[in-house]
Design a protein around this ligand. Sequence first.
Ligand code: G2I
Length: 459
Amino acid sequence: MKLTSRSFSRAALASAFLATTLGVSLVLASSADGAASTLGAAAAQSGRYFGTAVAAGKLGDSTYVNILNREFNMVTAENEMKWDATEPNPGQFNYSSGDRILNHAVSNGKRVRGHALLWYQQEPGWAQRMEGAGLRQAMMNHVTQVATHYRGKIYAWDVVNEAFADGNSGGRRDSNLQRTGNDWIEAAFRAARAADPGAKLCYNDYNTDGINAKSTGIYNMVRDFKARGVPIDCVGIQSHLTNNAPSDYQANLQRFADLGVDVQITELDISGANQANAYAAVTRACLAVARCTGITVWGIRDTDSWRTGQNPLLFDGSGNKKAAYNSVLAALNAATPTTPTTPTTPTTPTTPTTPTTPTTPNPGGCTASVSLNSWNGGFVATVKVTAGGTPLTGWRVTTPLPGGAAVTSSWSAGNSGTTGNVSWSNVSYNGNVPAGQSTEFGFQGTGSAEGLTATCSAS
Ligand code: G2I
């Protein structure tokens, strides 16, 4: 049978989709000499991805979409999965634009980086006006809800974005998020892992391209997280560059990789006269680091860039390939790249150990109520814990499961046991509940939990 170009592209798309589903990378575009002719296919030769930031509002622009579909195999929502977009009012979620981008990516065989669960910028106005325990609860709820909505669909989440200060301090940036307590970053990573155990969880920042005080502050945090078992899988080096990457760019990627995390170049754009060389140098640096798993540029055409007038991207305003494009493609094709190490399946969160010291009972106590969403053979239980007349500093809930029911996953609480008299205790970020206020945790299970009750005690 003679394949028309349309039926070929449909067949190619179908097999690309199948290959993606199976986790196999497929090189669709390659020339007679074996060199790949698109960024995504060239990166896939070494098991890496090449991605771009995408704006939902441009998905009707055919020049934009043609380049997107042809060149890239990873997509980041430029703004649509941020807090102000996804939770415009407290507890009221809107995923319409984020879903448009995700659906476009998935239906074209591309994967998605999630960006970003918590960032001090682009907080919705209501969160900007919050502080302290109330904000902490809102932050964790946000992480849980958004990561749950996209569960199983995201390759890697930027769980926390830009939390470190510029300059020489090497410390955290002040923000209302930071003022909720220094442990906010690890609390966010734990909540994200519980909500989507399959996504890689990244810390993402800028001005971290070389070895400097800021990147070293982050390096120390990642080392500490790895030592204490805080679930972190990757570090995003944004790479908004001018003229050149720093000379120790590759060494910086490597030192993070040596901590046992993946590194990803997450928002690459480069202005200046040396653009094509600098793009090639960044590409070669990633290829030389086994755990550098991919590169994302922050937009498609120069006119799509947030850096107005600086022309820092790979395509000009008309969608033509620039010299920088050719140098990246050549670098991807030229290298004998180090194959990235097989991605490790993120470990499921460990059950917090039960405290051995006797706890002082809180006279104010607490109550718990369950709301159950059941289907034939399974259920999701959401448990609301409400403090009595005095604030809680910790809580414990028991949920006697009927015979045949078993917990398979949970979020925002640690459990002891998965069948029968399962007991739950708060995690680090939701033990403090002001008098009369509530926090929620949840779990998923198999079997029937019809009639489930929950009993709360302060700890
Ligand atoms: O600032 C560059 C990037 C730095 N790292 C984190 C990224 O998330 C960040 O992306 C940019 C987007 O490219 C811009 O498109 O983040 C900006 C917000 O800080 C985005 O700009 C905003 C404008 O400030 C808003 O006025 C506009 O409503 O984009 C919004 C949506 O178009």
